[in-house]
Write a protein that binds this ligand. Structure first.
Ligand code: GCU
Length: 663
């Protein structure tokens, strides 16, 4: 093993209890030579040793059952699920497949690390979502698009680097139930186009093998124009016979060189990437052509729905970017192959702090769907500002789409329950890099941990997940733990308060996406306008406006269409509202903007103070790194407060009732 210069995150396995002695491992119905079982056994050994000073021995006689841990194949347990039970002192981990055993081992170690007694263990769990995926936006030059934690640990100078860090990465992912990873950026350019050629196959295979040891399927993000850029063809038209043949041959080669690869993730016709539209074809034509090519190998095509016009004229009031996903994809509901999954961002715009749930989710009724969220904090504070994202994801998962009479939430759709399909799941744009602590801000690791846990079990609460992460990461007293959990749970609301108000979104520094720039996107081509004038702000997306609200099923469409029933936190997403409108609190809109911004900036300071109050409960290097970030967060929050408040004061000419300082 290389000398480590990276943290062990939540798998540090520091001693929590001194049980000591030996336990004998037995396998029942499992193949000891399976790569995943080997990993499970190695992890169990390592964890028991570190956490409780227990030696796990694989040979030896069992003095009594209390000294035995058995890994058992139990066919009745759902796919990738597990049971961890202690009976008569004997510990049993049961599953119907190897992944389930591995997850059961991690569950056992999690309980031990959480300080729970092994004697009373009885946990049954199985994954809510069939595919639980991390999408890396790593480029082959080593940079990470929207990366806030250093550079890539997969790529450097257009080469693949294979290191022990990837082994630890795979362990972390398996420990939270991730079973799929795409290693390269959705924007496939330059060397990355050649990941599906001999130039890189052998190195990709090395990463694939590491992943396979931990039950993780590797996916590759492909360039839709590969037939031109690699194959020397003049077109990548998905209906052209030569193109079809090229992808069939290429897929055969890929699946031969990388047996077990999951398939392709595709960003097409989006933000300058090539795609079927160039040839007058549909998104379904493109996705289905690739799906047919990978079908013989049980491959899957994950096709992203982030398709919109990014060369809009700001003077154009008719085009509404929010409508785009639905407008492009709904028409072909039912026309996508069984092995195509449409990957849909949680909101119709782009990972803003507050957006409604995309109407495509559940709008589609005969198409496989996957939810895409972003734990990389592109619009949510760059892993400088604290933003625990799991509460936001819970809201998305619990949203009733009304696509069925019951079984209609986003969680029901992406689990495959709503449509009875197996190709479905939950994906996140990951927040890791080669920084010592993996996630830039040590506290941002809670989103990495939390996404995996939530994807495996969508019924877990945001608080449960936060508490698990805190306890597994830091061994702190209960009072400090409570403080940190509370900080995490409050963090998203605080950030929302001091940034763009009530779902209007954007107002960020263009391209970079950190810090305020109220009009930064107002006169640009990206379709993200707030249209503030002297009287009012917001885009009318009702039936009298762009009609976006009508993309939802009736109940939601009606709710959003009426400013009185529209959830207030989304008021400015759906409506154009005068500054003088009274909100439910009795305050005017403008006063609400002032108050939330003054409060939010104040609460950012309080977060920093709370961190100081638990200084002695965390390692000093962690304290320092995070304290440094809170300093920056306070500056950022002040900047947002002053720019937003000044902007709206100058537009509206309405003073703050409380007479606070506005510039
Ligand atoms: C956002 C982000 C881009 C990214 C894109 C995507 O627009 O800023 O960096 O490529 O989303 O999801 O494809």
């Amino acid at each position: 093993m290389e000398k480590k210069n990276w943290s062990d995150l939540w798998l540090s396995y520091g001693k929590v209890t001194e049980l000591g002695g030996a336990r004998v491992l037995a396998l029942d119905g499992l193949n000891a030579e399976s790569r995943i079982i080997k990993s499970a056994v190695a992890e169990l050994k390592r964890g028991l040793k570190g956490l409780a000073d227990i030696e796990l021995v694989t040979d030896g006689t069992v003095a009594n059952s209390g000294e035995k841990i058995t890994l058992i194949r139990e066919p009745s347990i759902p796919k990738e699920g597990y049971e961890v039970v202690s009976s008569g002192g004997e510990l049993k981990i049961k599953a119907s497949d190897d992944n389930g055993i591995l997850y059961g081992v991690f569950a056992l170690l999690r309980h031990l690390a959480m300080g729970q007694s092994l004697e009373s263990l009885n946990e049954k769990s199985s994954p809510s979502n069939p595919i639980r995926m991390m999408d890396h936006w790593d480029d082959m030059d080593g940079k990470i698009e929207r990366g806030y934690s250093g550079d890539s640990f997969f790529f450097e100078n257009d080469e693949i680097i294979v290191s022990d860090r990837i082994v630890d990465y795979a362990r972390f992912m398996a420990s939270i139930g991730i079973n799929a990873v795409a290693i390269n950026n959705v924007n496939v350019r330059g060397a990355a186009t050649f990941l599906i050629t001999d130039r890189f196959f052998s190195k990709v295979k090395e990463i694939q093998d590491i992943f396979a040891d931990y039950g993780i399927t590797l996916y590759l993000t492909i360039n839709f124009a590969s037939p031109i850029e690699i194959g020397g063809l003049e077109t990548c038209d998905p209906l052209d016979e030569k193109v079809i043949t090229w992808w069939k041959d290429k897929s055969k080669e890929i699946f031969e060189k990388l047996p077990g690869v999951g398939g392709y993730l595709v960003k097409a016709d989006s933000e300058g990437r090539p795609g079927p539209f160039t040839y007058g074809r549909t998104q379904a034509d493109g996705a289905n052509m690739l799906a047919d090519a990978v079908k013989p190998y049980d491959g899957i095509v994950i096709w992203r729905c982030f398709v919109y016009n990014c060369t809009q004229d700001w003077r154009d009031y008719k085009t509404d970017r929010a409508r785009a996903g639905y407008d492009y994809f709904m028409e072909f509901d039912g026309a996508y192959r069984d092995n195509v999954i449409l990957q849909i961002k949680n909101g119709p715009m782009d990972f803003q702090v507050r957006e409604p749930v995309s109407p495509l989710l559940g709008g589609l009724k005969r198409t496989n769907q996957m939810l895409e969220v972003q734990i990389a904090q592109e619009y949510t504070g760059h892993q400088i500002d604290l933003f625990y994202l799991i509460p936001m994801y819970k809201e998305v998962l619990n949203f009733h789409t009304y696509c069925n009479e019951d079984c209609d939430t986003v969680a029901d759709i992406i689990s495959g329950k709503a449509m009875g399909n197996k190709n479905a799941g939950f994906a996140a744009v990951i927040n890791t890099g080669n920084d010592y602590n993996w996630t830039g801000n040590d506290l941002a690791a809670v989103n990495l941990y939390g996404f995996g846990r939530l994807a495996y079990d969508t019924s877990l609460s945001a608080e449960t997940i936060a508490r698990e992460w805190v306890r597994l990461t830091f061994s702190m007293d209960r009072n400090s733990e409570d403080i940190l959990v509370e900080m995490l749970l409050d963090s998203g609301k605080i950030y929302e308060k001091y940034t763009a108000p009530l779902g209007i979104g954007w107002m960020v520094t263009p391209h970079y996406h950190y810090g305020p720039s109220v009009d930064g996107y107002e006169y640009s081509r990206w379709g993200t306008y707030h249209r503030a004038d002297h009287h009012a702000i917001g885009v009318d997306r009702t039936d009298k406006g762009t009609g976006y609200a009508q993309q939802y099923y009736k109940k939601n469409a009606e709710m959003y269409n009426d400013p009185d029933t529209c959830p207030e936190e989304l008021l400015l997403f759906f409506h154009r509202v005068p500054y003088t409108r009274k909100l439910k609190s009795g305050k005017t809109l403008i006063q609400h903007i002032y108050d939330t911004h003054f409060d939010g900036a104040e609460e950012a300071k309080e977060l920093a103070a709370k961190w100081d109050s638990i200084k002695n409960a965390v390692p000093s290097d962690v304290y320092e790194r995070v304290a440094e970030r809170f300093k920056l967060q306070i500056e950022n929050a002040n900047e947002w407060r002053d720019q937003i408040n000044s902007y709206f004061y100058r537009k509206s000419d309405i003073p703050d009732e409380k007479g606070r300082k506005i510039y």
